[in-house]
Design a protein around this ligand. Structure first.
Ligand SMILES: O=C(O)CCC(=O)C(=O)O
Ligand SMILES: [Fe+2]
Length: 362
């Protein structure tokens, strides 16, 4: 008999199953359990700086690109400087429909507010990290984040876990589908402008990213009775090329490490936050840097965000762009298949930028 079953999608990783922090935080607690308490106090509430990250006007960047106007070249310059010196920026006039953003936000709120018995149907399984839970948990001794997250691979279609998609509330699934397409379009367009700014062959960039791997991580940070002792999300850099972060409410929490200090990114209702991930650091041959960031928590307000991670096409080899290696006359990072890179990333405890050390050539 012919076998028509599809091959199961690639399994990128697993994480130990941990309890829901949202549920924990709904009880009257005065102290956090030891598994969440960092020593010494990990958070940097007191020392955070209020520098503001650069703001890039995407309308100016995209609409003026054809005209090659002076407004365009100064915005492109701003993008290049922000990517080199900050690794983080906010984008305004991004063109994503406001009602889609609001609908998607409402559906994510509903997702985290589902009754626990419904959420358990969407919880991670032992052999794969998609669904509700935490990522990068590799030991029972490891400190945990004061947050719950929902992680899902969205693109390309053949990497999706159909069982997980089928279990999503239908309205959320529709909005997620629309948002995923919009964010892909945006990521590809920003990468195209970055190729120009880097002096990279623009066709090489679009060839690497036209059918990229996309995943989403929805983050829920409940109020915390001892916010100075906990971290909503421990310091890390993102493994992807470009992350687009939608902060769902006005509660601040995201901090980025700039010149050794933690800087808070103030949520702006009209902006999305964009950051350089490790893959783009590698592709740009180190001209752009992925930046460490973390999320802190507070005692009174919940905070929510959704990070969409965009990486190169599945079949590609990860390494510095050939057009840049030719220009720079040196490759600063090694080459590995993208799949190998991801499997290595998800098998470790998340720890700052340490995974990039493995890719660096000294
Ligand atoms: O919640 C945030 O602001 C940060 C989220 C984040 O860094 C991530 O999901 O990788
Ligand atoms: Fe991140």
């Amino acid at each position: 008999m012919e076998n028509h079953t599809r091959e199961p999608p690639i399994n990128f990783g697993r994480s130990l199953i941990v309890p829901s922090v949202q549920q924990l935080a709904s009880q009257p607690l005065t102290r956090i359990p030891p598994r969440y308490a960092h020593h010494p106090a990990a958070s940097s509430h007191d020392h955070a700086h209020t520098l503001s990250v650069p703001v890039i006007d995407l309308h100016c960047l995209f609409a003026e690109a054809e005209a090659n106007s002076s407004a365009y070249s100064s915005e492109l310059n701003k993008l290049h400087t922000a990517s080199k010196e900050w690794g983080f920026f906010q984008v305004i006039n991004h063109g994503i429909n406001e009602s889609l953003l609001l609908d998607f936000k409402r559906e994510i709120l509903n997702l985290f507010n589902l009754p626990m018995e419904e959420k358990l149907k969407l919880w991670q399984e032992e052999d794969n990290h998609e669904g509700f839970g935490q990522l990068f948990v590799v030991s029972e001794e490891q400190k945990l984040d004061w947050s719950d997250m929902f992680y899902i691979t969205t693109l390309p279609h053949d990497l999706r876990k159909p069982q997980l998609f089928q279990k999503l509330p239908p309205i959320l699934r529709d909005k997620l589908e629309a948002y995923s397409m919009e964010i892909k379009r945006l990521a590809v367009a920003i990468l195209g402008q970055m190729a120009k700014a880097l002096g990279m062959d623009t066709e090489e960039m679009s060839g690497l990213f036209q059918d990229g791997v996309q995943s989403m991580r929805m983050n829920y940070y409940p109020p915390c009775p001892q916010p100075q002792m906990a971290l909503g999300f421990s310091p890390h850099s993102d493994a992807d090329a470009l992350t687009i972060l939608y902060q769902l409410n006005e509660t601040p929490g995201l901090q980025i490490r700039k010149d050794g200090k933690w800087v808070t990114v103030q949520p702006r209702a009209d902006a999305l936050v964009v950051n350089i991930g490790d893959i783009l650091e590698i592709v740009s041959n180190g001209v752009y840097k992925s930046i460490e960031h973390q999320a802190i928590v507070n005692s009174s307000n919940e905070r929510m965000s959704v990070a969409t991670f965009y990486s190169s096409n599945m079949g590609t080899e990860l390494g510095p762009a050939r057009s840049l290696v030719a220009r720079h006359n040196v490759a600063n990072y090694r080459r590995v298949p993208l799949e190998t890179y991801f499997k290595g990333f998800f098998a470790r405890k998340l720890d700052g930028k340490s995974y990039l050390d493995f890719m660096k050539l000294e």
